[in-house]
Ligand binder design. Structure first.
Ligand code: 21W
Length: 243
């Protein structure tokens, strides 16, 4: 899978991409991230990428020409792949969107800075607008890295474990059950006996119930979309009765 990233801060991408799982994925040819400096597609003496807004008001707006030229020179005149603008105005990124994007061979990501981008970029270049949540950042670079991270780990072979991604809390629609490792007792707190029992059926049942409980407590909104069995429903009803 190929990511073509367009940004005014190309240097922020390498440290993360050169670490751990994504580095390995790149070395194995599973993903390729090319980072393009929007400033390289300017032609004036000062390499201008932004300008004051028509109509007045504060802040600066990213000019259309360098972004159009950069994207078109890398993707060709008819891209055919998603061209995603990272913007606070986009649809909010989630696991379903990550799965959908992981089906593409190539994705272009445009990172905004300043107050935003000239509206003609949205209207005539971009195919999709994505936000990573309702808080204010200084630009789209970290959102682009988040998207690359979430999409890459869904590509077969990127995670060591072949069904690692299927096991995820957000793939099942529930939060994860509690995890424990050695030692069996730490600062007076023991690992639940059931996990040491060796009874795999009981352990699976306990984990499922813990997932349901956690989701009910912390993210009841997720229960509406989660795929629940009759037994799950019975368990949840019993919990609600006890509160
Ligand atoms: C932040 C750009 C605020 C524009 C009304 C008028 C990309 C982002 C970004 C940024 C504004 C994402 C204003 C979650 C984010 C991003 C920079 C608007 C204030 N309000 N996902 N002017 N959060 N942020 N400026 O910030 O580019 S995806």
């Amino acid at each position: 899978m190929q990511f073509e990233v367009f940004t005014l801060l190309p240097e922020v991408f390498s440290p993360y991409l050169e670490s751990s799982i994504l580095q390995r994925a790149r070395q194995h040819g599973l993903i390729d991230v090319r980072v393009h400096n929007i400033r390289d597609y300017t032609h004036d003496k000062h390499h201008t990428t932004d300008d004051i807004p028509y109509g007045g008001g504060g802040g600066m707006v990213m000019k259309p020409e360098p972004i159009f030229e950069g994207v078109e020179s890398i993707l060709g005149p008819k891209a055919g792949c998603p061209i995603i603008l990272l913007t606070p105005q986009g649809r909010v990124f989630n696991q379903t969107i990550a799965q959908e994007l992981s089906g593409h061979e190539k994705i272009a990501l445009i990172c905004g800075r300043y107050e935003g981008v000239d509206e003609r970029i949205r209207k005539h270049l971009v195919t999709d607008e994505i936000s990573i949540g309702d808080y204010v950042l200084t630009g789209g670079e970290i959102p682009a890295l988040i998207l690359i991270d979430a999409v890459s780990r869904l590509i077969p072979g990127v995670l060591g474990d072949p069904d690692g991604a299927a096991d995820d809390s957000h793939a099942s629609g529930l939060l994860e059950y509690p995890h424990y490792t050695r030692p069996p007792e730490f600062r007076g707190e023991s690992v639940p006996d059931i996990l040491l029992s060796g009874d795999h059926a009981k352990i699976a049942k306990w984990r499922r119930e813990q997932s349901l409980l956690r989701t009910l407590e912390r993210r009841p909104d997720l229960l509406e979309k989660a795929q629940l069995t009759d037994e799950d429903h019975k368990f949840l009803l019993k919990q609600k009765g006890n509160r």
